[in-house]
Write a protein that binds this ligand. Sequence first.
Ligand SMILES: [Mn+2]
Length: 190
Amino acid sequence: MRKSKKTRKTAETDILVELNLDGTGKFEITTGLKFMDHMLILLTRHSGIDLKVNASGDLTHHIIEDIGILLGDCFLSALGDKKGINRYGSALIPMDDSLARCVIDFSSRKTLVLELNLNEECNIEDVAIEDIRHFFNSFAENAKMNLHLHVLYGEDQHHKVEAAFKALARAIREAIKITSSEIPSTKGVL
Ligand SMILES: [Mn+2]
């Protein structure tokens, strides 16, 4: 029931995202970017959603930004009126040398506090660090959520980002869980 499917075709990109919040971690991810595929597969597996992402486009920056937009938009749609959801989620996840902390609120308002603690000069595989930051920004904006994501420490750049995605995934898993029959807000609306 909590599903969403959206497409977005512009002069720059052509993206399809299909999401099932009550999934089992099934994925079908083809972005043309190896590192993004790796991160989105992690996100799917560790959050327990089902996710299909099919993306192509002119520039890496545009593709990653537009995946973030559409994925966020799909979460917002699939969550619907948010009746019964846990709403909040948090996780502290290590990846070898790196430790990431993610705290989220599907509040219907966007706030992003992001500190990935990355070396600005390096790319990670086929993706620029600024594009990764851009992804989290587009995702939070379109999902209308509070996203507080920090890499607390680490050495390896790949591990830091991987820890961040896994922490986001575990926080999502907790936040989307149905834990009551109420809309989790004293306003009665989220
Ligand atoms: Mn890896």
